[in-house]
Structure formats: C-alpha cells, structure tokens
Design a protein around this ligand. Structure first.
Ligand code: FES
Ligand code: FES
Length: 160
C-alpha cells in the first residue's frame, strides 16, 4: 500500500509517495534525492544518517517515515546560508580537515549543529559526549572535535 505524504524538510514542504515500511532515511535519499544523509549500518548504531527532527538529532535509518510527516526535518543540505555559502560549522570542518572519506561528516555536522544551538559554549568534553553516537570509520575524531570547538565562537555570536 502506498500513500501520498508531505514532509517539511529544510523549511520546505515536499510531497512524495511512500510505503508504510519506509524509513525517513529512505524517503530523504530515495524519494527526495537528499543524498547528503548517509545510510551505513541501518540499525541506529553509527550516526551516519543523523538528521534533526524538531531540532533534535535522530538516526533517520530507524525512524519510520510516516511518523516524520508532522515534524520539522533538517538535513545537511539545509545547513548552508541562504546564498549558498557554507555555515560557520561547515567552514570549520573544511579548515580543520575534519573529513577524510566524508561518510560520517553529514551526521557529525547535524549532531554538532544541534549541540551548538543548545549549548554555544561547550567544553571539549561536552563535544566528545555529544558526538559519541557518531562513528568515524576513518577515526579522525581529534580534527572533528577541533572543528566543532572552533565553530563555538560563531555559535556564541549567533546566541548573543
Ligand atoms: S545508518 Fe543510521 S545509525 Fe547507522
Ligand atoms: S571521515 Fe571517513 S568515516 Fe569519518
């Protein structure tokens, strides 16, 4: 059985046809072509598929898409500024070489984005705890934490 569904993604309502068993990651990638969200373990264990749902980071591979219809979804494609320039957090990742293969990067960015919105002045330890559910198979954690710490200055400015 298929159904018509509307998803609010990155501030825009998007209509598509879904099946009841589809996950939010399936809909984002396969229906809406937002392939920045990665699918890896598909079991909620690695964080590669992290998106924000009503501002909270969730693993989109274990969220049923039907339950995401009335929620505000944010993906990595929505992080850039309206003109297309990278956000301060994305810039910090680029400057610090915080991506190697890049497979974990969108999930890391979304988790870090949620952290910096709720806590613009995290300690290094708080950053480590926040990203503890995101696995980097390339093990580039030091540079990822460096990048998030660098982005705290912009997050603090935005919060003031
Ligand atoms: S792909 Fe969703 S947690 Fe790994
Ligand atoms: S950069 Fe390769 S998995 Fe993190």
């Amino acid at each position: 059985m298929k159904m018509l569904a509307t998803f609010n993604v990155n501030g825009r309502d998007r209509d598509t046809v879904i099946a009841p068993h589809m996950t939010l990651a399936d809909v984002l990638r396969d229906q809406l072509r937002l392939t920045g969200t990665k699918r890896a373990c598909t079991g909620g264990n690695c964080g590669a598929c992290t998106v924000l749902m009503d501002g909270v980071p969730v693993c989109s591979c274990i969220q049923l898409a039907v339950n995401a219809r009335d929620r505000k979804i944010e993906t990595v494609e929505g992080l850039a500024k309206p003109g297309g320039d990278l956000s301060a957090l994305q810039e910090a990742f680029a400057r610090n070489n915080a991506a190697q293969c890049g497979f974990c990067t969108s999930g890391m960015l979304m988790t870090a984005e949620a952290l910096l919105r709720s806590n613009p002045r995290p300690t290094r330890e708080e950053v480590k705890v926040a990203i503890s559910g995101n696995i980097c198979r390339c093990t580039g954690y030091v540079k990822i934490v460096d990048a998030i710490m660098e982005a705290t200055a912009a997050a603090q400015e935005a919060a003031e």
